[in-house]
Write a protein that binds this ligand. Structure first.
Ligand code: 5MM
Length: 342
């Protein structure tokens, strides 16, 4: 292994520090606008800056969070003291990261499916992001389960982009977080989610290995195995934990540095309970199994804050509380009793 890739592997290990997870604060303009709208806020650059500053300066954040994924606008913004966010995070011992995909576009000739854009000019953007302080990156591909989806064509197109992105990131000395997300939207059952996750992950790792991506310097960000939101099936945390660990054990190479789950629209408590069950079931798995949540960490602080300066401290406490619960779940030590002692 050459010295450059050693740096990447080392960063990946630091991101997977036991008891810590990753905060996904990489909402694009349209997603943050949707989140703000729910609490009757307009999405302006200054409000987005204030909101992210509230998250990044929360007391004790570094005890639970190893890295933060930012959006292009955010990595260029500064705290009210004039400190660039990447510097502020680094000074707290938190690794700055950046979402580098450019969002999803309709996949031509496959009307219900999406393709993630962003490979054009990526090499140059990666160099700039490294200069701005990023040490890891993220790229998300999205798959929806339906009668005829995800199609093999959609899977192959998205995997090819994920693999190229991962290789380019490592070449730029940045750790890639590879996120193939099967959406919860839909009426599919859990078995179907397991089947498609298995299909996607096995093809993904085959291609990553063939393209010489260094698995020790890569983090996987998968969905948990869940029934669709509109399915009538209900599943307990143990069942979800067992299915999720089973599919990962069958498809993810042991050399991979770690696995950090997305929350996917589950409630904060469900995502935490399920992560805890995954850790209980996955005690002998070769990787750390942690979180890279966005909504499951941010929903509560956002609804406390609602843009009000006087609520910043209270919102930060709500945020840190969720981060502490997720951290406990990442080592299988979360219990619902914790929710009663906020
Ligand atoms: C914050 O959401 C990210 C994607 O946002 P855009 O659609 O706005 O680009 C997303 O990649 C996020 O990092 C993950 O899906 C995890 O978020 P959740 O809310 O699923 O934990």
């Amino acid at each position: 292994m050459n010295i450059e890739i050693y740096t990447v592997v080392n960063t990946a290990h630091n991101l997977m520090t036991h008891g810590k997870g990753i905060l996904a604060a990489d909402e694009s303009f349209s997603t943050i606008a949707k989140r703000f709208k729910k609490v009757n806020l307009d999405s302006t650059p200054e409000l987005r800056r204030v909101y992210r500053e509230m998250l990044f300066t929360a007391p004790d954040l570094e005890r639970y969070i190893s890295g933060v994924i930012m959006f292009d606008e955010t990595i260029r913004q500064r705290s009210s003291q004039g400190v660039p966010f990447a510097t502020l995070l680094r000074e707290r011992g938190i690794i700055p990261g950046i979402k580098v995909d450019l969002g999803t576009k309709p996949l031509p000739f496959f009307p219900q499916e999406k393709f993630t854009a962003g490979l054009d000019g990526l090499e140059e953007r990666l160099t700039e992001y490294r200069e701005l302080g990023a040490r890891f990156t993220k790229w998300r591909a999205v798959f929806k389960i339906g009668d005829t989806t995800p199609s093999i064509e959609c899977i192959k197109a998205n995997i090819a982009a994920l693999v190229r992105y991962a290789a380019l990131s490592q070449q730029a000395q940045l750790v890639p977080i590879v996120e193939p997300e099967i959406l919860m939207e839909g009426s599919h059952d859990m078995e179907s989610c397991e089947y498609h996750t298995r299909r996607i992950c096995s093809l993904l790792f085959n291609e990553l290995v063939n393209n010489r991506v260094v698995l020790e310097g890569l983090i996987l960000k998968p969905n948990m195995i869940l029934p669709g939101k509109n399915s009538e099936q209900s599943a307990g945390a143990d069942e979800i934990g067992a299915a999720t660990v089973r599919v990962l054990n069958r498809t993810v190479a042991p050399a991979v540095c770690g696995i950090a789950f997305l929350s996917g629209g589950q409630s904060s408590v469900s995502a935490t309970e399920n992560l805890n069950a995954i850790n209980s079931m996955g005690k002998s798995s070769p990787w750390s199994l942690t979180f890279s949540f966005s909504r499951a960490l941010q929903e509560q602080p956002l609804s406390v804050w609602r843009g009000r300066e006087e609520k910043i401290k209270e919102a930060q406490s709500a945020f840190i509380y969720r981060a502490r619960c997720a951290s406990a779940a990442s080592s299988g030590n979360y219990s619902s009793a914790l929710e009663e002692h906020k």
